[in-house]
Design a protein around this ligand. Structure first.
Ligand code: CA
Length: 230
C-alpha cells in the first residue's frame, strides 16, 4: 500500500517540524510549505490525500488558500489550524469547505485522530468515481450501463457495451481476438473471430471516429488494445 501524502502548510518552523516528525512516524509522507505562496504552489504539484493548513500565514492566508483550493477541488480533505480565539476563521473556514479545524495549541493525539477520520471520509463523488472504467476522456459505468466520451453520452448495443467494458478492464494490454471472443461472446460461441473485427468497427464508429484522438488501436497480426494515442 502506498503511503498517504500530507501537505503541511505552516510558517512556524518548530510546529511544522514537529508535525512532520509525528506524521512520518505514523506512516504518512509529509511535505512542508513555510508560507502561503509556497503552500499554494505545493498544493498544485500533486493530488494530496490531505492538507493541513495553518490560517495565519505570511504571503497568502490559509483562508485564501482554502478558497482557491475549493474553487475546483471539492474532494481533497483540508484541516485548518486556527488560533484559539479566532472564531471567525473557524466559521469562514468551514463555510469555505474545510473538513475540520484544530485549535492551537493542539494535542498531537487529537490531531492524529482528526487526520485519520478525515482520511476515512470519502465524499460521494469519489465513491461514484469508483464505478467508472475510464481511459482519457472515455468512461463506462457497468452499474448504470452509461458510456461517455468527451462529456457526451454514447449509445451502444449490449454487445458493443460488453466489448468496450472488456477492453477497458484490460486497458493498455493487447488482447487477442480469441481472448475477446471468449470473454464477450462466451466459450460456446461457434462463429469465427471475424465477428470481433466487425464489432470493433461498430465500436469505433460510435466511440472513436466522432472524437479525436482514437483510443481503440489495431495491433497487426495480434488483436486490439485500448489506450491513449501517442
Ligand atoms: Ca502561523
Amino acid at each position: 500500500m502506498t503511503k498517504e501524502s500530507i501537505l503541511v502548510v505552516e510558517d512556524e518552523e518548530k510546529i511544522a517540524r514537529l508535525l512532520e516528525l509525528e506524521l512520518e512516524y505514523e506512516g504518512y509522507t509529509v511535505t512542508k510549505a513555510l508560507d502561503g505562496i509556497e503552500g499554494l504552489e505545493a498544493y498544485r504539484t500533486k493530488d494530496w490525500d490531505l492538507i493541513l493548513l495553518d490560517v495565519m500565514l505570511p504571503g497568502l492566508s490559509g483562508i485564501e488558500i482554502l478558497r482557491r483550493i475549493r474553487a475546483n477541488d471539492s474532494h481533497t480533505p483540508v484541516l485548518l489550524l486556527t488560533a484559539k480565539d479566532s472564531v471567525e476563521d473557524k466559521v469562514s473556514g468551514l463555510d469555505l469547505g474545510a473538513n475540520d479545524y484544530i485549535t492551537k495549541p493542539f494535542q498531537i493525539e487529537e490531531l492524529l485522530a482528526r487526520i485519520r477520520s478525515a482520511l476515512r471520509f470519502k465524499p460521494l463523488e469519489q465513491q461514484e468515481e469508483a464505478d467508472w472504467l475510464a481511459i482519457a476522456d472515455l468512461k463506462l459505468n457497468e452499474k448504470t450501463r452509461e458510456v461517455i466520451r468527451g462529456g457526451s453520452q454514447v449509445e451502444l448495443t449490449p454487445r458493443e457495451f460488453d466489448l468496450l467494458a472488456f477492453l477497458l478492464k484490460n486497458k493498455r494490454q493487447v488482447l487477442q481476438r480469441e481472448q475477446i471472443l471468449e470473454a464477450v461472446w462466451g466459450y460456446d460461441f461457434l462463429g469465427d473471430t471475424n465477428v470481433v473485427d466487425v464489432y470493433i468497427r461498430y465500436l469505433r464508429k460510435k466511440v472513436d471516429i466522432p472524437s479525436e484522438p482514437s483510443l481503440i488501436h489495431t495491433v497487426r497480426g495480434v488483436g486490439y488494445v485500448i489506450k491513449e494515442s501517442k
